[in-house]
Design a binder for this molecule. Structure first.
Ligand code: MG
Length: 606
């Protein structure tokens, strides 16, 4: 049995809503089973029997009932109370149809530090459970009073030596403490009763707070869950892969999409374990085009700006109100729309096999967008990203029969341009609630690799940023989000979007674009004084950067020169970038200065 065969479960605590909402969402996303979190059951208007029946109607098994707290290593009178409590919960489990109960290590002031006593009392509990056909899965909480590592919980379970007593392994509790999970391989598989998976960002904070607020689905955080799960499977674990994620955002989010996000994370994890269930992501080789939805005013403004940036309107779509602007391999579509202003409506990537890309997306539960097209037009495969942006998979090229360019009637040849050769990356602001979901979506569905999360202090609040890119760096999408959005004071650009264009010579492009009348952003002199102090560019380079309002950054691999237009149509900004050497980032260090300059420009224009 391989990890492909593993059943997939989710704890009801991961999702928002009532138990009914959660079960419906889990079933729709394709989960095989659930962990019933006790609070969800207690608050439900359905009886335990009705919940059990409802789960089986939905095709969900109840894989775990949890949590049962503060049981072991207590004085006799407390033990008697705890056993009574357990028997009543066994009754509930019987009505539910659940056969495994999670017992987490005690945090009670009643407990004593005595492994023999803990083992003896857990043996007693397992004996009572076995009589009811129930198993006990003992879990070491990372903040357990005396038992807080899996090694310790295993010593106690081994000492108790009861067939109805085994372990629950929870990746968060183990990896948050920095325990080495490799020794899990030495535990007999039949003693591993349950596996709970959660990812998390690396944070320096109290582990209980970290766990209760910041857990993430696998692939969204910093834990190596592939290695962790690999150890558990190698030990012979045969139970479900079950998600147990406490997260402030997911607890409030619509449970439908959250359950889909959760399922996608498990499918992605199984793929990294070598499970062959998914078609591999076809190679991506660049941005085919970016499509902007524009109202009439924004279209005029965008057309002027594109002309200033050296683009030519080279064609229009044969059946839709879409105009194609080109410069080198940079292609921008302006799509006349009702929605106010301008916004990036679609991102198109060059795929070696667009149909296979779409098939993989479908397997990873990405919504497939219905496309209306005439019989003689290219059938572009399109899916919806979590924020609603369309993602197209296409192949561009004159010799390609299915090229989307064939749908455009050429109206004029491309002009001399201003040195732009292609699209370097897109930066798309995500609604905060979709930030982690979006990173996982692009990672799993498109096969892009996420770069580390960075945060910077922008003039109007902290901004979190994470870039996802293909291995060659030819497809790059920077996901950005304001960390908090509270109150009405909103002087910044609301959910800005940037289209970054590539040039081989930023200073020459900036000069030429100014001549062509591009609305470029002015950068204040303080920035260049500070740049001189920090990075000491050659004086002639510094003077040229200052003259042309071009920003500069450097890392251990190379240099970046970049500049910006003003904000167009309310939220769209063009950026022009020149990468020298292997500069890997997106110039995030310059973002606060650029954002303040945009604010000043907007205030002056108002
Ligand atoms: Mg747990």
């Amino acid at each position: 049995m391989s990890s492909t065969d593993s059943r997939r479960s989710i704890a009801t605590v991961c999702l928002s809503g009532t138990l009914e909402d959660k079960l419906t969402a889990a079933a729709r996303a394709g989960f095989d089973g659930v962990e019933i979190f006790e609070n969800d059951l207690v608050a439900s208007s359905w009886s335990a029997k009705e919940i059990g029946e409802h789960c089986s109607e939905l095709g969900l098994s109840i894989d775990l009932y949890q949590p049962f707290r503060d049981f072991e290593a207590v004085p006799p009178d407390v033990l008697a109370r705890n056993l009574r409590r357990a028997e009543l919960k066994f009754d509930v489990m019987g009505r539910l149809g659940a056969d495994t109960m999670l017992v987490c290590s005690s945090v009670s002031p009643d407990a004593v530090d005595d492994d023999d006593l803990a083992a003896e009392q857990l043996h007693l509990l397992a004996e009572r459970a076995a009589a009811r056909g129930i198993r006990i899965a003992y879990e070491a909480l990372a903040w357990g009073r005396f038992v807080n590592t899996y090694e310790h919980s295993w010593r106690i379970v081994r000492r108790a030596a009861h067939p109805a007593l085994g372990l629950c392994l929870d990746s968060f509790h183990i990896l948050s403490r920095g325990s080495d999970p490799a020794a899990i391989r030495t535990i007999p598989g039949e003693k591993l009763f349950f596996l709970q998976l959660a990812d998390a960002p690396r944070l320096q904070m109290d582990v209980l707070q970290w766990s209760r607020h910041h857990r993430l689905f696998p692939g969204q955080g910093a834990f190596d869950l592939t290695a962790f799960t690999g150890h558990v499977l190698a030990a012979g674990y045969r139970g479900p892969l079950s998600l147990e994620v406490f997260n402030d955002v997911f607890r409030q989010a619509d449970p439908g999409p959250a359950a889909v996000d959760a399922m996608r994370s498990l499918l992605g994890l199984q793929e990294t374990l070598g499970a062959a269930g998914l078609p591999p992501a076809p190679a991506l080789s660049g941005h085919a085009f970016a499509e902007l939805a524009v109202d009439a005013d924004a279209e005029v403004r965008l057309a002027e700006a594109l002309r200033g940036l050296g683009f030519t309107e080279t064609g229009h779509h044969r059946s839709k109100p879409v105009r194609l602007w080109r410069q080198g391999d940079a292609r921008i579509l302006l799509n006349s729309a009702e929605a106010p202003g301008a916004s990036v409506a679609a991102v198109a990537v060059e795929s070696a096999d667009p149909v296979a890309s779409a098939k993989r997306a479908q397997r990873l539960l990405a919504p497939i967008l219905p496309r209306s097209h005439r019989a003689d037009e290219a059938d572009l495969s399109a899916i919806a990203a979590p924020d609603g942006t369309s993602v197209f998979f296409c192949r561009t090229g004159a010799d390609t029969a299915d090229s989307w360019l064939g749908d455009f009637t050429e109206t004029s040849p491309e002009g001399a341009g201003a040195g732009v050769t292609g699209i370097d990356h897109l930066a798309l602001t995500q609604p905060f609630d979709h930030f982690d979901e979006a990173a996982l979506f692009y990672r799993a569905v498109l096969g892009l690799a996420p770069e580390p999360v960075t945060e910077f202090a922008a003039p109007f609040g902290l901004v979190r940023s994470r870039t996802v890119a293909d291995p060659s760096g030819r497809v790059r999408i920077a996901l950005e989000s304001a960390l908090l959005r509270r109150g009405d004071w909103a002087p910044g650009v609301r959910e800005p979007q940037r289209i970054a264009l590539t040039t081989g010579d930023a200073l020459a492009s900036a000069r030429r674009m100014r001549e062509l009348g591009a609305p470029l952003l002015e950068i204040p002199g303080n920035y260049y004084d500070d740049l001189d102090a920090r990075l000491a560019p050659e004086p002639s380079l510094l003077a040229a950067l200052r003259e042309e309002s071009v920003l500069y950054d450097r890392d251990e691999h190379g240099e970046l020169l970049h500049f910006f237009t003003v904000v167009l149509g309310g939220r769209v900004i063009f950026e022009v970038v020149q990468r020298i050497g292997g500069y890997a980032g997106d110039g995030a260090a310059n973002s606060p200065v650029r954002m303040a300059a945009h604010r000043r420009q907007r205030a002056a224009a108002a």
